[in-house]
Design a protein around this ligand. Structure first.
Ligand SMILES: [Zn+2]
Ligand SMILES: [Zn+2]
Ligand SMILES: [Zn+2]
Ligand SMILES: [Zn+2]
Ligand SMILES: [Zn+2]
Ligand SMILES: [Zn+2]
Ligand SMILES: [Zn+2]
Length: 334
């Protein structure tokens, strides 16, 4: 390891290090990054090699952990941080202060807790912190921004003018609630709303439905839905990917409800199946999936690769069309 040089940059934040933090693995970082990890994130390991660091030393010069005598160091037991001198300890505590940035420093002391600062900002300055950022971003109080009412709305909707990396907090259009980021929104959509497991398996992962009724409609329009008897009130298990699956389901679940003739018909369909090995005999089904009963029935049962393409195409364009039409009950987000 090289000696202290003028260009000692922290490998985590890339800033020049003026106070070093080092643990038993001898990977020094700046004291801000070390404090951020230990105090804000409860992570007591090295960010470089992930070695557990029960104890770290804060020193003015780069040092070797094992050859540094710490008898005269001051200790913050809660996080087992050893400070070379009182000045370093003061800087550590200053980092964790909850201080108003708008009042002159001589006028107000730092607040004991963050929520005391939050109340002060609201009452005295009409400024607010973003609750979503508070819950999700681990930074020092002094690094947090406050906003007036209008700027907070802007921050939530589209982000801050001076920070292009943050594009605002995405909205669930169904609940009119914002979430920290897209991951959090998707988690919410999957838990609180509905998505189609067929489409998801086909790679469509951004289509959600407010209520089950809209998903049922989707099953009916784009897949195969059984609404016979008890299936009318069933969720999920009465939707099928293919006509064949739907027919198999009908034959096994609903045939006892059918009148004798219809049951006979259902059995005949099954038998027909086994003879469908020569698709060349049958003309192509023509446009669409044609789910009507009657003369088409025989042709429908023969699904060729060609048909499959056509069905996929069909669904794709239908889906696109629906996405354009409906922005209320089902929507795609980016
Ligand atoms: Zn750093
Ligand atoms: Zn390390
Ligand atoms: Zn103030
Ligand atoms: Zn925010
Ligand atoms: Zn929602
Ligand atoms: Zn679907
Ligand atoms: Zn059914």
């Amino acid at each position: 390891m090289s000696d202290n040089t003028p260009s000692d940059h922290c490998p985590l934040c890339h800033e020049v290090v003026d106070v070093f933090a080092v643990g038993q693995c001898d990977h020094p970082v700046c004291f801000k990054c070390s404090t951020r990890m230990r105090a804000l994130c409860d992570q007591l390991y090295c960010a470089i090699c992930r070695a557990n660091l029960p104890k770290v030393l804060f020193t003015e010069k780069r040092c070797q952990f094992n050859s540094t005598k710490t008898n005269s160091f001051m200790v913050y037991r809660k996080l087992n941080i050893f400070f070379e001198n009182r000045a370093l300890q003061d800087r550590f505590f200053k980092l964790l202060e909850h201080r108003c940035k708008l009042c002159p420093p001589s006028d107000v002391k730092p607040f004991r807790t963050f929520s005391a600062l939050q109340n002060h900002m609201r009452r005295e300055h009409n400024e607010n912190f973003c609750e979503l950022c508070l819950d999700n971003v681990k930074i020092f109080s002094s690094e947090r921004k406050t906003y007036d009412r209008k700027k907070l709305a802007e921050h939530r909707r589209q982000g801050d003018e001076d920070d292009k990396s943050h594009k605002g907090h995405p909205l669930c259009q169904f609940c009119d609630l914002r979430f920290f980021d897209n991951d959090a929104l998707v988690l919410h959509l999957r838990k609180q709303h509905y998505f189609c497991h067929f489409c998801e398996a086909d790679g469509v992962t951004n289509e959600f439905f407010d209520e089950y009724n809209y998903l049922r409609e989707h099953f009916r329009d784009e897949h195969y839905l059984c609404e016979e008897g008890e299936c009318a009130d069933t969720e999920f298990t009465n939707a099928f990917r293919s006509d064949i699956d739907l027919r198999a389901h009908r034959a096994s679940e609903h045939s006892k409800n059918m009148k004798k003739a219809a049951a006979k018909q259902a059995r005949r369909i099954d038998i027909d199946f086994s003879y469908s090995g020569r698709p060349s005999e049958y003309p192509s089904r023509g446009g669409g999936r044609g789910r009507g009963r009657g003369s088409n029935e025989r042709q429908e049962r023969v699904i060729t690769a060609e048909d499959y393409e056509e069905v996929q195409q069909d669904r794709k364009s239908l889906r696109q069309q629906r996405q354009q039409e409906r922005s209320g009950d089902g929507y795609a987000f980016n």
